[in-house]
Design a protein around this ligand. Structure first.
Ligand code: FES
Length: 282
């Protein structure tokens, strides 16, 4: 059993939890993820390691309450326990040894991009961060991102904070500024956002990485649920990723696959919310 030692509400739908998992914390590196179950027989969900502390023996996760399991997770309090917490999984991200990196985080994608930005910054790279959300209330980790970025640019779809528009609007002038070379771009966020960034940077030939979060079950390369086509080859996000070359990812296929269980997810969420309202068993 894995204890929730800290819980923070970041926005109306985003929550942060620090989980006591010393064996995972000892090995976790930026770019990796964990799979948890809230309770026995519950759904297994993958979440990026947002932070880790070997000293405290903890892993920090950040999640958006969008489905049944994330809502169930969000209803737990400090002192409660999770039934399973497996990791670290996936390949750690490779760090460039020097240069200028642009990090683009959208929505809840700001959570997984934060440890990567922190690792770049700690390694002495110049990091320009762009973060965006639908509206100001959904923008998370602004202070944390500012603390590990050389520059931080903010946008919201509705203009309630920062630039009124999309992360791609803020990325464009950086791509066009030929006086300052960009060595690498990493983008994490909703699939449409990562797809737009991939197409935007392709003509410039700038190395662009994305961190994918497809449907996963076992997280160890056995079930095939997380498969994604990269450069014409089938890869498993859980063992070959989750970070891939954005220009090689088949986003059209990935988008189709991500919708496979939408109807079932909707039914599970409605049932969960009905049970919560009635005070019944979850
Ligand atoms: S989650 Fe099963 S192969 Fe990746």
């Amino acid at each position: 059993m894995f204890k929730i030692v800290t819980k923070r509400v970041l926005s109306a739908v985003n929550k942060l939890m620090e989980i006591e998992a010393p064996l995972v914390a000892r090995k976790a590196r930026p770019g990796q993820f964990i799979i948890l179950r809230v309770r026995e027989n519950g759904e297994r969900i993958p979440l990026t390691v947002a932070d880790s502390s070997k000293e405290r023996g903890t892993i920090t996760i950040i999640f958006q309450e969008i489905g049944k399991t994330t809502k169930e997770l969000g209803s737990l309090q400090e002192g409660d326990y999770l039934s399973d917490f497996v990791g670290p999984l996936g390949r750690p991200m490779e760090l460039p040894s020097s240069g200028r990196v642009v990090a683009v985080g959208g929505g809840v994608g700001i959570a997984p991009i934060y440890p990567k930005v922190k690792a770049f910054y700690d390694a002495g790279l110049e990091v320009i961060s762009i973060i965006g959300a639908r509206t100001a209330d959904l923008l998370i980790l602004e202070d944390e991102m500012r603390a590990v970025s050389s520059e931080l640019h903010i946008c919201t779809d509705d203009g309630t904070k920062g630039h009124h528009g999309f992360v791609s609007d803020l990325l464009q002038p950086l791509l066009d500024d030929t006086s300052k070379k960009i060595d690498e771009i990493i983008a994490v966020g909703p699939l449409p956002m990562m797809r737009v960034v991939a197409e935007q940077t392709r003509p410039y030939g700038v190395k662009t990485l994305v961190s994918l979060n497809p449907i996963m079950v076992d997280g160890t390369g056995m079930c095939g649920c997380c498969r994604v086509t990269v450069g014409g080859e089938t890869k498993f996000s859980c063992v070959d990723g989750p970070v891939f070359d954005a220009h090689q990812v088949d986003f059209a296929e990935l988008t189709r696959r991500s919708r496979t269980y939408l109807d079932k997810e909707k039914i599970a969420l409605e049932k969960f919310e009905h049970e919560c309202r009635c005070g019944g068993e979850k």
